[in-house]
Ligand binder design. Structure first.
Ligand code: DUC
Ligand code: ZN
Ligand code: ZN
Length: 480
């Protein structure tokens, strides 16, 4: 009779706080023992002194999300979670997106149907609130928060999703009252529309003009406005996909004023620049890197690295938004040579997120391994109410683990990835580390280059109220 279902021996464990050598004992998918010389497991894995980190929690990815422009996401829950597992991510939080006119409840039910029977790793849902009617604000959101949908994204741009300033304030007030976390896509829609019109009038239609239509000012202004509304309502917010210096300055401003403003950044702001959108007008391949906010320049990349080191950013997500380059439903759904504003926004990155940050952050000495764990797993689980079940190596936590191979000299190639997208923006980029093994609730789903997961084994996770969403003052603080 074995003591454990599984024992991982000789692990060099890293949490957000500590590094320690231990054997990890697992029963029923959970970590039940950490120590040296643990008893026997029905299955045993020798980590041989390799780094073992918590499975990644990707707090921002889009899978099989309905669109309104004729495009279709290349990844559904089957291929998206497969790709996640092969890249060391064991929990994902994609978005149940309310279309204007639709109830939030209908969006959630539709999204469950898309996930069920397909997901290979565990998943929770954020909501996207695009139509905050009195019914949504007064009934649906409070009910859904109670049921475990405790975070939602709001948009300040995109015609089919954006909220007015008054609507933003109303949504923030509901989040405050019920303890939910609001994620803000901060770009000024009118500035983008005005710049886009002028670019198109000059015949500037190529992908690279996407970056010119959304300069840093556009993000800076919206970031400041979102912070001001959060201050007004007295509620924490999380600014997603921060791309560079001017937005980071707004975060510093908020922190200097004692506000709880959290921030996320993504691989595209460390590893891509606006030049990846093309340097000449006829280079359609730049569409592969169209995302919003757009990648900036090397100086801004450095600011984002600095922010990861200094703690300006709490979470590092992929913002995986998968559209094929070829085919009628992808980047050129509006026709080949379509102008930049008709190209679906988003790039794939679920599978490459952890390896890129471990290789270029931890292995270069820019980030400690504890910072890596905090940014990619622990803080994410905390922000969205999944901690301590997810995001750590601790007794009682789910046995979601990555055993790392380091010291590699590899380059990223789309041919080796497991998503359904026909490209990666990181093609040819060097990585020195990659997950050798990924375990989800104690089951090996990725081992030495082979995917071992099964569709439908992933479970839906209702989220608790996130502690970081707690307002500074209660009750009735801030606001009028
Ligand atoms: N921007 C978003 O806001 N969401 C998906 C992808 C993107 O580029
Ligand atoms: Zn966004
Ligand atoms: Zn997004």
């Amino acid at each position: 009779m074995n003591d454990f279902d599984l024992v991982i021996r000789n692990a060099r464990c890293a949490t957000a706080a500590d590094v320690f050598e231990a054997d990890i004992g697992v029963c029923d998918g959970r970590i039940v023992a950490l120590g040296t010389g643990l008893g026997t497991g029905r299955e045993e894995i020798d980590a041989d002194g390799r780094w073992v980190t918590p499975g990644g929690v990707d707090g921002h990815c889009h899978l099989d999300q309905p669109t309104t422009d004729g495009s279709r996401m290349a990844d559904d829950f089957l291929t998206g979670t497969r790709s996640a597992a092969c890249g060391g991510t064991t929990t994902i939080l994609p978005f149940a997106c309310q279309m204007k006119g639709q109830s939030l409840r209908a969006a959630v039910e539709d999204y469950h149907r898309r996930a069920e029977g397909k997901a290979a790793v565990d998943y929770a849902f954020h909501l996207i609130v695009s139509d905050p009617t009195p019914e949504v604000l007064g009934v649906e959101l409070p009910e859904l928060i109670r049921e475990g949908y405790t975070s939602f994204k709001i948009y300040m741009t995109y015609d089919d999703l954006k909220l007015s300033d008054r609507e933003i304030i109303d949504v923030l007030a509901v989040a405050r009252e019920h303890g939910a976390m609001v994620m803000v896509h901060a770009e000024n829609a009118d500035c983008i529309a005005w710049l886009t019109e002028r670019l198109l009038a000059k015949g500037h239609t190529a992908p690279r003009y996407h970056a010119q239509s959304r300069p840093m000012l556009v993000e800076r202004e919206a970031t400041h406005r979102a912070i001001a509304y959060a201050e007004l309502v007295d509620v924490p917010i999380l600014i997603v996909h921060v791309s560079g210096r001017e937005a980071v300055e707004q975060l510093h401003w908020a922190h200097g004023h004692g506000l709880r403003v959290y921030a996320e950044t993504c691989p595209q702001y460390l590893f891509l620049t606006a030049e990846d959108l093309g340097i000449s007008d006829d280079d359609g391949h730049g569409a592969k890197c169209i995302c919003s906010p757009p990648p900036r320049d090397q100086a801004n990349q450095q600011v984002v690295w600095d922010g990861l080191e200094s703690g300006v950013f709490q979470v590092f997500s992929s913002d995986h938004a998968p559209f094929n380059f070829d085919g009628p439903e992808g980047k050129f759904t509006a026709g080949s040579g379509a102008s930049f504003e008709k190209i679906p926004n988003g790039i794939p990155g679920l599978e490459t997120r952890l390896a890129l940050l471990f290789s270029h952050g931890v292995e270069t000495g820019r980030l400690s391994v504890q910072q890596f764990v905090a940014l990619t797993a622990t803080n994410v689980a905390k922000m969205y109410g999944l901690y301590p079940q997810k995001g750590s190596i601790a007794i009682g936590a789910d046995a979601d683990l990555v055993i790392w191979e380091t010291g590699l000299s590899r380059t990223i190639a789309n041919a080796n990835l497991h998503h359904a997208v026909d490209y990666t923006p990181y093609e040819g980029m060097p990585v020195s580390a990659w997950p050798g093994m990924t375990l989800s609730r104690g089951e090996v789903v990725w081992r030495n280059g082979t995917y071992l997961g099964a569709p439908g084994r992933g479970r839906f996770l209702p989220c608790g109220l996130p502690e970081p969403a707690r307002p500074k003052t209660r009750p009735n603080g801030g606001g009028a």
